[in-house]
Design a binder for this molecule. Structure first.
Ligand code: GLY
Length: 346
């Protein structure tokens, strides 16, 4: 299945249920360089050895200017020019770095993604934000530019480590909490093993998440309003991830529990919903509380690019599938973190 969607910063062609071996059939260009996650190369060197490629070290600590500069040098050596398409193959770190390099190399070259993790397929490869980390904050430096295509081959999921499956499900649970009560119910009935054993159900799940993300991004690509909803679990989550080096989805899971607990107070969320969320996160192998240093988390939140002088627009829930944006002053957030940082263990 294929379709194209037009955003303010570009038209994206979504290609689903495709095979990597048929990639050439979908490409209307022959001048390209692949930027490939080293894990993918280690698993199957033959996959990209015939293609011009650069290896990406896909670790948060390497999502840096140093790696960007190194990639630009390798692109020059490969004689990449303004007509060269960069193809990012890997998880969210690889697609983020690829999109960022493509946005600045020679003032911008075309690019596309082949996401290889569940998290990248459902979330990170979609949306047009591309960036690198600053030591004080994740994704502080970046651009908004849509890829020309996103190519889905779920065969890559066959070698995905268990931790990465849970990581992806954190974002899937996020969409269910924000927009899709029926999806929440479905997830409660299933588990990771079920989706792994039913590729067609998994395919539908991925396409449903792609639809949710695009639905929001199309209405607000630059995140001035509705797109902020996608930050559910991410406000505290990003700070926790920056400070405690836990996988993204794990930090988001703990962040969603904190947000649900705050919602009980701020938007009268039924505590039974928080309990269902906790059980659902645990069902998908995710932590519901992390041992965090509240003071340090607040220091990071104080530098959050989404803050203003008085506080942060926090994403809360009224109910499953019904989200709310509420501006919370910093003292309220500090107090909430102190009270709920271990929300899952209460
Ligand atoms: N590339 C991730 C996003 O735009 O949300």
């Amino acid at each position: 299945m294929q379709y194209s969607l037009t955003f303010p910063t570009g038209t994206v062609r979504y290609i689903f249920q495709a095979g990597f071996g048929e990639l050439k059939d979908y490409m209307d260009f022959d001048n390209y360089v692949m930027l490939v996650d080293s894990r993918i190369v280690e698993l199957n060197n033959g996959l990209v050895s015939k293609h011009p490629h650069i290896i990406i070290h896909a670790h948060e600590s390497r999502k840096t200017w140093a790696q960007v500069s190194d990639i630009c040098e390798q692109l020059l050596q490969l004689k990449a020019d303004r007509n060269t398409t960069l193809i990012g193959i890997g998880g969210g770190i690889t697609t983020d770095i690829t999109g960022f390099v493509a946005s600045i190399y020679m003032r911008g070259v075309p690019f596309g993604f082949i996401p290889t993790t569940l998290l990248a397929m459902c979330d990170a490869a979609i949306g047009g934000k591309n960036g690198i980390n600053h030591q004080l904050q994740k994704n502080l430096i970046g651009t908004v530019q849509q890829p020309a295509f996103i190519f889905y081959d779920t065969i890559f999921l066959n070698t995905l480590p268990p931790e990465q499956w849970s990581n992806g499900f954190a974002e899937i649970i996020k969409y269910a909490c924000l927009f899709d009560r029926a999806l929440f119910d479905e997830l409660e009935q299933n588990d990771i093993t079920h989706y792994r054993n039913h590729p067609e159900t998994l395919q539908l799940l991925i396409e449903r998440c792609v639809d949710w993300k695009n639905n929001v991004v199309m209405s607000d690509e630059k995140e001035s309003g509705r797109r902020k909803l996608l930050n559910f679990g991410h406000t505290a989550g990003h700070a926790i991830e920056t400070l405690h080096q836990v996988p993204h989805g794990y930090a988001v899971a703990a962040g969603m529990m904190i947000a649900a607990k705050i919602s009980e107070h701020e938007t009268n969320l039924d505590p039974q919903v928080t309990e269902r969320l906790k059980k659902l996160l645990q069902r998908y192998g995710l932590p519901v509380s992390l041992d965090i240093d509240t003071g340090k988390v607040m220091e990071v939140l104080n530098m959050d690019k989404k803050r203003n002088s008085t506080g942060i627009d926090y994403i809360l829930l009224n109910n499953i599938g019904e989200a709310a944006i509420k501006h919370l002053p910093f003292p309220t957030i500090t107090q909430a973190l102190e009270t709920y940082a271990h929300a899952g263990s209460h």
